[in-house]
Design a protein around this ligand. Structure first.
Ligand code: VG1
Ligand code: CO
Length: 546
């Protein structure tokens, strides 16, 4: 078995390898183009600090291309002098579990193969996410350097070798680099047991509290089966669609009311379950449902913060909280009540990293079904599910009751996000730029029956390293505390996606029982008028409402 390091010449450099909100995401077909993956990986290995002699964590969500990419990356890592690659059985590794492995193995970082909530398979998407040594998504400056490297890349280095087997745990050596294949579930599950009181959750689950968890044929299936069914004792069959499939069974692994419809129907229309949850492709997002009740992700963050004392790991209090800018201000009121600081960051988990690392915050979250804490440096779907179950086991009430108690204490932030997907990039750009140009003149002007207090393009100064990130979304803040925000997605792969975030607050003595879409109907109408969404896109309604 002769091992030969090769320098492979690229016919041309790839100029489109710019990572978005979360890694490089492209169609699977694009990634199948000759040398496309290798070009990006080479750029990572030339840019990431500590590659020579370092330890690298590697795995993915099991989508089509996962296995092959792991093979290529192992051989390229060997060629670049990496000391050890730690990967997992069948290459299955959720994003939060990868973050944990990076942290406990003193590694230089990790490569996670996933396009997250985007569909998978030959006709779907593939993606490569890069995480740094703190376990979190690479900073913008690092991904910019990787992108810059890829643009002029002429060749890459790889070891010619046979594939190593990922079917069972084991140790291998390739060109003096160690490859360790480990069980991708164990360390993560151990971590969960240090955070939550499993006995208490287990006792609650086995006593007349039937739940359903939908893994959407993606990465959380094996984790959820082990945790919920085997350890906590929830009945067999609690975990639906629990085997990771290369194409996610043709479904879209995005836990929301549109794409997790089966689960949503079971909870919102059916009578069988008291609690339901789903996670996305790579296991970092979560959707929480109660019987007849959908929990808005922004509210979920607020509820976790308000009830953190139910969880052993957080019982001594929270250091602080952070949310992304478009996330509703529901958690701000809780932070104020708890007497801790609440930070507002741009969209994307990488912006929480410095706050978590420096001990400024314990909890953080995004409106896009992402919640997490300082236990890892990624959002964590199953952790959020366990957090909810721990609260319910403690309060012994329904999700619906818990939400109502919360709103009658803090008031309710009616909130919704309207996504207009796959619009032509040009139309989206024009629409966005037009509103951006209007912003300076909006303040003091009428917005329907409200008045604009402030309108700007959000920028963020990191409180730890003072780095400044600009152009993070158009904000229209209104005189009654309502907000409308426009952003263009940084994770889509086809055309452009316009996101419209809508928020309106009703105090605790107001009407807390409205349907969010009707509570927000004026804002919906007024932003359509101002931004000419219908007129310019020809779409009379959003493609996804969350
Ligand atoms: C979206 C969400 C954002 C999230 C990102 C990655 O980004 O809005 O909140 O952090 O996806 O999530 P964008 O740019 O499309 O709005 V995941 O679970 O896809 O890694
Ligand atoms: Co994800």
């Amino acid at each position: 078995n002769e091992v030969i390091p090769l320098r492979v010449k690229l016919g041309h450099s790839f100029t489109d390898q710019k990572p978005g909100t979360s890694g490089l995401r492209k169609s699977t077909k694009q990634f199948q183009e000759n040398h496309y993956l290798e070009s990006f990986i080479e750029s990572i290995f030339r840019t990431l600090p500590g590659v020579k002699g370092g330890i690298l964590i590697l795995g993915g969500d099991g989508r089509f291309g996962n296995r092959k990419a792991i093979d290529v990356i192992i051989r390229m890592a060997a060629a670049h002098g990496v000391r050890k690659v730690i990967t997992t059985v069948d290459g299955i590794l959720s994003t939060p579990a990868a973050s944990h492995l990076i942290r406990i193995n003193n590694s230089i970082g990790g490569i996670i193969l996933s396009a997250s909530h985007n569909s998978g398979g030959k006709d779907g998407d593939f993606g490569v996410k890069i995480n740094g040594s703190n376990g979190g998504p690479a900073s913008e400056s690092l991904t910019n350097s990787i992108y810059a490297c890829s643009q002029n890349l002429k060749e890459y280095q790889i070891i010619q070798n046979q594939e190593i087997s990922l079917s069972v745990p084991g140790e291998y050596e390739i060109f003096s680099m160690k490859v360790e294949v480990i069980d991708g579930l164990k360390d993560y599950i151990d971590l969960m047991q240090t955070i939550f009181d499993f006995d208490r959750i287990g006792a609650f689950l086995t006593k007349d509290f039937p739940i359903a968890f939908d893994a959407l044929n993606a990465v959380t299936g094996p984790y959820a089966k082990k945790i919920l069914e085997d350890i906590l004792g929830a009945c067999k069959g609690t975990v639906k669609n629990g085997v990771p499939l290369e194409d996610f069974g043709g479904c879209h692994p995005d836990p929301n009311l549109t794409y997790a419809k089966e689960l949503a129907d079971a909870l919102l229309l059916g009578n069988k379950y008291f609690f339901g949850a789903a996670c996305d492709g790579d296991g970092d997002r979560n959707m929480i449902l109660g019987k007849g009740c959908f929990v808005n992700p922004s509210d979920s963050l607020a509820v976790l913060a308000a009830n953190a004392d139910c969880v052993p790991a957080y019982s001594s209090g929270l250091l602080g909280i952070a949310r992304s800018m478009p996330t509703s201000s529901a958690v701000d009121i809780v932070a104020k009540d708890l007497g801790v600081k609440c930070y507002e960051t741009p969209t994307g988990w990488k912006f929480f990293g410095n706050l978590l690392d420096s001990g400024q915050i314990t909890l953080c979250g995004e409106e896009s079904f992402g919640t997490g804490s300082n236990h890892v440096r990624e959002k964590d779907g199953l952790w959020a599910v366990l957090f909810w179950l721990q609260i319910l086991a403690d309060k012994k009430c329904s999700v619906h009751e818990l939400m109502h108690r919360h709103w009658s204490k803090y008031g309710r932030h009616y909130y919704s996000r309207h996504d207009y997907e796959e619009i032509s990039s040009e139309i989206a750009k024009d629409l966005y730029q037009r509103v951006e140009l209007m912003l300076p003149s909006l303040s003091g002007k009428q917005f329907g029956r409200r008045v604009v207090k402030l309108a700007d393009n959000f920028s963020y100064k990191d409180p730890i390293d003072s780095s400044i990130t600009t152009n993070q979304g158009l904000r229209i803040l209104l005189d009654d505390g309502s907000r409308v925000i426009l952003r263009l997605s940084g994770t889509g792969t086809r055309g452009a996606t316009l996101r419209v975030y809508l928020e309106s607050y009703v105090a605790s003595d107001g009407n807390l029982n409205q349907d969010p879409q009707s509570a927000l109907c004026e804002l919906i109408r007024d932003i359509d008028y101002l931004a000419e969404i219908t007129k310019r896109t020809g779409m009379t309604s959003p493609t996804v409402i969350t």
